[in-house]
Write a protein that binds this ligand. Structure first.
Ligand SMILES: Nc1ncnc2c1ncn2[C@@H]1O[C@H](COP(=O)(O)OP(=O)(O)O)[C@@H](O)[C@H]1O
Ligand SMILES: [Mg+2]
Length: 116
């Protein structure tokens, strides 16, 4: 068991909005042990999903680091699963990119095959 399995260091997310930059997550640091069960609790809109999406690698971090099992992580990977609150496609990706997200992670060396 790793004492430092998931490490978040001064994680931050700022979204551009028509009213200017919106700081949604700021200076979030935590260390989670392997096997530990953790709940993120906060009011609607406080940034819980934003943090989870950064850990999953589904959205970019603005600042800070996500370290998983000792390695800085920036992309999605089959070592992290996400159960969305509703059946979901990632709206900022095309339909094809949504499909390829999983395929490329699990079968990075698969040969592209086309049918007529
Ligand atoms: N792509 C985006 N652009 C601008 N603001 C966003 C975007 N995504 C989320 N937000 C805002 O960030 C805040 C946190 O959202 P979210 O992480 O989904 O909150 P929670 O999961 O805690 O309810 C909300 O105010 C939401 O409107
Ligand atoms: Mg949420």
């Amino acid at each position: 068991m790793m004492d430092r399995f998931l490490e978040l260091y001064r994680l931050g997310k700022t979204y551009p909005t028509p009213q200017g930059p919106a700081v949604i997550v700021e200076e979030f640091t935590t260390i989670i042990r392997e096997g530990e069960f953790v709940c993120l609790i906060g009011h609607s809109g406080c940034g819980k999903s934003t943090v989870l999406n950064m850990v999953a690698g589904l959205i970019d971090r603005t600042v800070g680091d996500v370290v998983l099992a000792g390695k800085i992580t920036t992309d999605p990977g089959p070592d992290r699963g996400v159960v969305f609150q509703s059946p979901n496609l990632l709206p900022w990706m095309t339909a094809l990119e949504n499909v390829l997200l999983g395929v490329q992670q699990v079968y990075p060396h698969a040969t592209p095959t086309r049918t007529a």
